[in-house]
Design a binder for this molecule. Structure first.
Ligand code: ZN
Length: 282
């Protein structure tokens, strides 16, 4: 009950806030306070089921069954989670989606991380993959999905979900989130926060934290040529100031030029993905 009282207090505070941005911030705070870890877990599992089933707008995803590729990603995840868990203890679930044409990765509530094989093919170094993965972990640590859930269904539905008033809300929420093209774009401030987590976790795991910035630069360069494939870039617009902010954080923390890029380790994985890829998609 304490949660709903807090929500009420936040809601009344938000009513006096005039700006849309202020309202959005208040709604996010309410959603973060309302949604428990157990509910996040249930939502994450429901979204996972929806992704497998597909929706009228999105075909079912196919997971990679190549143990070399999945083990590789699980090992990278294991390098990052000890540091992410210090900020928010999470039961992480890693999923590799076998779709070499899609350059994308996203996180859902409950610590589910999804990486497409197309993103691995688009990256040049392990440090870039680590940069994207730690950025997505940052969205989970920062509870950024709360905002997406409010966007998908509205604050009333989220409140009724939190109070257990309407058991179909969870299914509706998962369908809405998946149907709207998988994980909606985050707010600018949530993206910046996730970038800061990316720098922090990548560096802590011994990697060059510039991987996230170099991956952004790379996608920007490819933008005009294969626009439809660069889903991650479309939900992660990379204005120059964002790359600058990442580089400033790296400089401020004395991390420039530090850490490894994992040279040579991504190539065999990419070769493996390419070898099992249908000829039509090469
Ligand atoms: Zn993001």
């Amino acid at each position: 009950m304490r949660r709903s009282l807090l929500a009420l207090a936040l809601l009344s505070a938000s009513c006096t806030t005039q700006t849309r941005e202020g309202m959005a911030r208040a709604e996010t705070a309410i959603a973060k306070a309302l949604i428990s870890d157990e509910q996040e877990d249930a939502i994450g599992r429901q979204i996972h089921a929806e992704l497998e089933k597909g929706t009228p707008e999105t075909p079912p995803v196919r997971y990679s069954t190549d143990p070399v590729v999945t083990t590789y990603i699980n090992n990278l995840t294991a390098k990052l989670t000890p540091y992410a868990d210090k900020d928010r203890k999470t039961a992480w679930h890693m999923h590799v989606i076998d779709d070499p044409k899609v350059v994308n990765a996203f996180a859902t509530p409950g610590g589910h991380l999804y990486v497409y094989t197309g993103l691995l093919l688009a990256a040049d170094t392990e440090a870039e993959v680590i940069g994207v993965m730690s950025h997505e972990m940052g969205h989970v640590v920062g509870r950024h999905s709360a905002r997406q859930m409010v966007n998908a269904l509205g604050l009333n539905a989220i409140a009724s979900l939190a109070l257990g008033e309407n058991p179909t809300t969870l299914a509706k929420l998962a369908a809405a989130v998946v149907g709207q093209g998988t994980m909606l774009a985050h707010s600018r401030s949530d993206e910046n926060e996730a970038d800061q987590y990316a720098v922090k976790y990548a560096a802590a795991a011994g990697y060059d934290p510039g991987g996230i910035a170099s991956f952004f630069e790379k996608l920007k360069g490819k933008q005009g040529h294969v626009p439809q494939a660069l889903t991650w870039l479309s939900t992660h617009p990379a204005p120059a100031d964002r790359i600058t902010k990442v580089n400033q954080a790296i400089a401020r923390q004395g991390l420039a030029g530090r850490g490894e890029i994992g040279a040579g380790r991504l190539e065999p994985i990419k070769a493996r993905i390419n070898a099992t890829r249908p000829v039509s998609s090469r």
